[in-house]
Design a protein around this ligand. Structure first.
Ligand SMILES: *Cc1c(COP(=O)(O)O)cnc(C)c1O
Length: 392
């Protein structure tokens, strides 16, 4: 392992050197105005990334999974009904967490490769005239299948039914890489983590709450201790956490937010889209198909690529690691062995991406797949030449 090559897994993502340096800092008093100078810019920056005027932002020493738990345990009660679609490994794991918390999940089973069936959500919400459903869960970007769902359409389904349920969105692999509109989409809780679009190590759960979600904490009966947002807010008011904050990671987050906002969110999203389009051009030149069922579902942060029947897609990932020291993502759950994943989010350029595509090609040829060396790379090169990052 030389650590020289970028990774092409859908998180943790590559870290810019400056962010690494920012994480590596001397000890400070974590209950002090000095800590406040790290904390408050982080909260403000995240609010901007979420495109929200006044969401309450919370940062926990955890990961995206802890963000899910923060959402559920602060706002819901045992036996509460929630609506969720299962269309991949991440939506599945969030549903599993709901069940372990004693919630009553109405699961809409959805083929892996499809997005949230918003038409089905609309019917279910309309039929729920008692308003038993307290929260609607939505995985914005299903990282297992490379499928992006339409959150505005989920909001529309709620509004069309005149339904008061709250909308909780897992944006772990979309926020800070793909457009996310907390206020416009009427999101009540948004969840993300540090190790994907924010280009940091794992270790932070990042969550936004609407005023409605904050109000719901008053009558939730699920126990909260570590993830209690009331305790956390009290901490913030005194430039502290209720316990010891991960100061270095948060210092890194402050820089990450500066970098994202300096580049400009729309530019960041356009960069991810361009890089992803190059990957998709390569996949099509290889004669392979994405797991995502149609172009409107294509994710700009991760592509899950189907390999031919009878071929174990995981072999590509294993060979890339062993022979070329390059990391791709394996298929998870129902699509294990059927897809391999190329992560294309975070700190990445066209040139880095071309090296990943070239490596994937070498592996596929090594393993006897009917792919021509250079075919995918050439297709991506063509796309990048004609759609340059820097205006000419
Ligand atoms: C990575 C990911 C998670 C889980 O996050 P952890 O940080 O591993 O706990 C949840 N949801 C989605 C969509 C993800 O991509």
């Amino acid at each position: 392992m030389s650590f020289q090559n970028p990774v092409f897994i859908p998180g943790p993502t590559n870290m810019p050197e400056a962010i690494r340096q920012a994480c590596y800092m001397p000890t400070i008093d974590h209950r002090s105005p000095t800590f406040g100078k790290i904390l408050h810019p982080c909260l403000d920056g995240i609010r901007q990334v979420l495109k929200s005027a006044d969401a309450k932002i919370f940062i926990f020493p955890s990961t995206g999974t802890g963000g899910w738990e923060t959402a559920l345990s602060n706002t819901l009660s045992k036996g509460d009904k929630v609506l969720a679609a299962r269309n991949g490994m991440f939506s599945h794991r969030w549903i599993d967490m709901c069940q372990r918390h004693g919630l009553d999940v109405q699961i809409v089973e959805t083929p892996w490769g499809e997005g949230i069936p918003t038409g089905r959500y609309a019917e279910i919400l309309k039929a729920d005239t008692n308003h038993d459903i307290k929260a609607v869960l939505a995985t914005h970007n299903e990282t297992a299948t490379g499928v992006k769902s339409d959150i505005a359409a989920v909001r529309k389904a709620l509004d069309a039914a005149g339904h008061p349920a709250m909308l909780y969105v897992d944006g772990v692999s979309s926020i800070a890489s793909m457009d996310f509109r907390f206020d416009e989409w009427g999101v009540d809780i948004a969840i993300t983590g540090s190790q994907k679009g924010f280009m940091l190590p794992a270790g932070l759960a990042i969550i936004g709450f609407s005023s409605k979600a904050i109000a719901a904490t008053a009558h939730s009966d699920l126990p909260t201790t570590f993830f209690d947002i009331g305790d956390m807010q009290k901490g913030y008011d005194a430039n502290a956490f209720p316990y010891t904050p991960p100061v270095g990671l948060m210092n890194g987050l402050k820089l990450s937010l500066d970098m994202l906002l300096d580049e400009g969110l729309e530019t960041v999203f356009a960069r991810h889209h361009r890089i992803a389009e190059g990957v998709r051009a390569a996949v099509s030149a290889w004669g392979l198909k994405l797991c995502a069922a149609s172009p409107d579902l294509y994710s700009d942060t991760v592509s899950a690529i189907c390999t031919p029947e009878g071929f174990n897609a995981t072999d590509i990932v294993t060979l890339a690691a062993e022979k070329y020291d390059v990391a791709f993502g394996v298929g998870l759950g129902d699509v294990a062995g059927k897809v391999f994943r190329i992560g294309h989010l975070g700190s990445l350029t066209d040139v880095m991406m071309l090296s990943g595509l070239a490596t994937a090609e070498m592996c596929m040829v090594d393993l006897g797949l009917d792919v021509k060396l250079g075919s995918g790379v050439a297709a991506a090169q063509d796309y990048y030449r004609n759609n340059p990052a820097v205006a000419q």
